[in-house]
Design a binder for this molecule. Sequence first.
Ligand code: PEP
Ligand code: MN
Length: 254
Amino acid sequence: MAPTLNFRPQDLFLIAGPCAVESENQMRQILTNPNRPRLIRGGIHKMRTSSKSFQGMGDEGIEIIKKMQKEIPFDFITEVTDIRQIESLCEISSVFQVGARNMYNYELLKELSRYNRPVILKRAFSATISEWLGAAEYLFNLGEKNIILCERGVRSFDTKLRNLLDLGSVIYLKKNTPFKVLVDPSHSMGLTPYVADAAYAAVAAGADGLIVEVHPEPACALSDGQQALNLHQFDEMVQKLNKLAPLFDKELRM
Ligand code: PEP
Ligand code: MN
C-alpha cells in the first residue's frame, strides 16, 4: 500500500470515520455516504481509560476492513498502540496514527520509523510543543513529509470541555517547523455541538487538515458517541469547509 498523504500546499485534508470500527454495517454506512473522504479513520485497538470499556475489535476489525476494502476501495488510517500490531495493521492501513497516550512511547516511534507509512503523531495530554517535536524526531527516518502532527487538545484547569484546543500550537508549528499539522476537533471539544465550529477555527489557525469522528448512529456508538457527528452533520460541515477554505488559501481535499 503506497503512502497516501501527499499534501499539496493548498490542501485542507479531511479525514473522518468512527472512533472505533464496530461492525460491517457501521462501516458500510460511512463508506457509502457520497460525501465521505477517501481516507477513513477507525480504531481497531483502542486505548481506553477504563480497562472495562470497549477495547476495539482487534483482529475481527481487521477482517471487516479487509472485506470492505475489497468491496469499496478506500484508504484507512488506524492507531497503532503496540509494536506487535504493526505487521497486521500494515495490511489495511496506509497511514498510522500514534495516539496521545503513546506520544512518549519512543520504542513504538522508533519501530514505526522503519515502515514506509506516514505517521500522524498526536500531541500527548500535557506535552509541551518541544516535547511533541522531540517525539517527532524519533520518526525522522520517515522524512518530513511523512510526519504529520495532530493537535487534539491539551489538559487544562477547565472541566467543561474534554480538552483545551490549543490553536496557538498550530499557529506556532506552521510558522516554525516544516511539518503538516492536523487538528482533531472531536477529541479537543468532546461534545458534538462544538466540533464543527472548532474545525472552522482550526482552518483559520492554518491547519493543513482535520481528523473528525463520524458515526452513522452516534447514540449507539461503543466509544466516543457523545462527540461524533452523524452523517448529516458531517455533510453540513463539509459544505461550510468548502466555502471557508478558500478564504485561507486552502482547498478542501477529501
Ligand atoms: C483517537 O483518535 O481515536 C484517539 C484515541 O485520540 P487521542 O489519542 O487523541 O486521545
Ligand atoms: Mn475517539
